[in-house]
Design a protein around this ligand. Structure first.
Ligand code: UD1
Length: 416
């Protein structure tokens, strides 16, 4: 298995361009299942999760081509409405094909997603919403069996603004009979990207970017062409990497508004942040100091940047308090950061971070995608060598991670 060897101490300087957002590209691919004509998706990152979704669509009979970031998806004349266990267990996000398959083909056979390193991730809201739209759903032998000749519009109130449930129900509603209203919907920018793709396919949606989505079902979805938005989580990761080395890094190719609260928190900690149309630059004019952060659904602080921020705050003067409200097990990275010399204590979903003057390199293990990125970031400023094991987690969501980091001056190599 591959690992990263990071030599700490280099100050990052320069520009880095983000790839297309993983969490958007995957959903646009899932939405293509409903299209009756060819779809073209641009700025698709070449990462393991996209390859897994591609495997899933090919399994269903769709034809895919992915060259120089452009993906062409051609519908199948004889589709298989199913998602096998071997693919779903590699990537939980595969569950977002449930709504599109069911609404397009009238039945779906989708493996139940299994456990997850960042906490238990239920899918009850997906199932409840589809049931309210008239689906007959049972879970048998580890598979979700869903049937509905044609889903019908419904008023659905989400108990919590789940990203995946909002996306599944939004897609399912596009081809249901009548009007669906999703209340307390999640508002992540990737959902807006998906809704815009669906509009191009011929869907009728209002309330995009708000907590209430209204969808008038249609009989037919045609073709669409769309460029995936820049990855705000990747962008935030590089900004934090620049900050932890007390360097100056410009991140290009994203909408700075998507990082509003993150930039606000970085400023509060003492970073200087400049913002342009599609870029953000971080530099460090003085000492960094501890702050408080709580993760929340968008536009709150994203849970996907929490581990990286914890790494940064480990090197800030004073005490920081971080509360994780989205996932119940997302502090696994803390033990690994403490191996690098950080001083972090956790209690339930709170972390108390006492800033230390320096971290020291050590062997550590990535427990999930963002934890892996946080460990690399910590290694960039640790004295000596940090070896990050199990970096297949990082490959799931970061395209050319080490190349991009080397481009801004990091000393990082991948070894087997
Ligand atoms: C998506 C993102 C992930 C991000 C997360 C929160 C993708 C591929 N992944 O994950 O990177 O960290 O949003 O911003 O887009 N929940 C329930 N019942 C449900 C659904 C969710 O209780 O039916 C709970 C989950 O257990 C979790 C929380 O809600 O604790 C958030 O989950 P959700 O918003 O659904 O995240 P994902 O869509 O899985």
């Amino acid at each position: 298995m591959d690992k990263y060897v990071v030599e700490g101490g280099a100050t990052l300087k320069g520009s880095v361009r983000v790839s297309g957002a993983k969490n958007s590209a995957l959903k646009l691919m899932a939405a293509s299942i409903m299209a009756s004509e060819e779809c073209v998706i641009r700025n698709v990152p070449d990462i393991a999760d996209v390859r897994t979704m591609r495997e899933l669509l090919v399994h269903m009979g769709l034809e895919l081509e992915h060259e120089s970031k452009t993906m062409r998806i051609v519908p199948s004349s004889n589709p298989r409405p199913e998602a096998p266990y071997e693919i779903v267990q590699k990537m939980r996000a595969s569950i977002v094909v449930l709504g599109p398959i069911l609404t397009r083909f009238g039945s779906a056979h989708v493996a139940m997603p299994g456990g997850c390193n960042i906490g238990s991730r239920q899918i009850d809201l997906h199932i409840k919403g589809l049931t309210e739209m008239g689906a007959d759903i049972s879970v048998l032998h580890g598979f979700i069996e869903a049937k509905a000749k044609r889903l019908k519009g419904a008023r659905i109130y989400l108990e919590l603004p789940s990203v995946g449930a909002t996306e599944n129900l939004l897609m399912a509603a596009c081809m249901a009979k009548g009007t669906t209203i999703i209340e307390n919907a999640a508002m992540e920018p990737e959902i807006t990207d998906l809704a815009e793709f669906l509009l191009k396919l011929g869907a009728r949606i209002t309330g995009i970017g708000t907590h209430t989505l209204e969808i008038q079902g249609v009989d037919y979805l045609g073709s669409a062409e769309q460029t995936v938005i820049g990855d705000r989580v990747e962008g935030g990761t590089f900004l934090i990497a620049g900050a932890i080395t007390r360097g100056e890094v410009k991140v290009e190719g994203l909408n700075p508004l998507h990082l509003d609260i993150v930039l606000e928190k970085m400023r509060e900690a003492g970073c200087a942040i400049e913002v342009g149309d599609n870029w953000v630059r971080v530099s460090i004019p003085g000492e960094l100091t501890g702050i408080e952060i709580s993760t929340l659904p968008y536009p709150g602080f994203p849970t996907d940047l929490q581990p990286q921020m914890v790494a940064l705050l480990s090197t800030a003067q004073g005490i920081s308090f971080v509360t994780e409200n989205i996932f119940d097990n997302r502090f696994m990275v803390v033990d690994e950061l403490n191996r690098l010399g950080a001083n972090i204590k956790t209690r339930n979903h709170h972390a108390i971070i006492h800033g230390v003057p320096r971290l020291s390199g050590a062997p550590v293990t990535a427990t999930d995608l963002r934890a892996g990125a946080a460990l690399v970031i910590a290694g960039l400023c640790a004295e000596g060598e940090t070896v990050v094991h199990d970096i297949y987690h990082i490959d799931r969501g970061y395209e050319c991670f080490e190349d991009k980091l080397r481009g801004v001056g990091a000393k990082i190599v991948r070894t087997s």
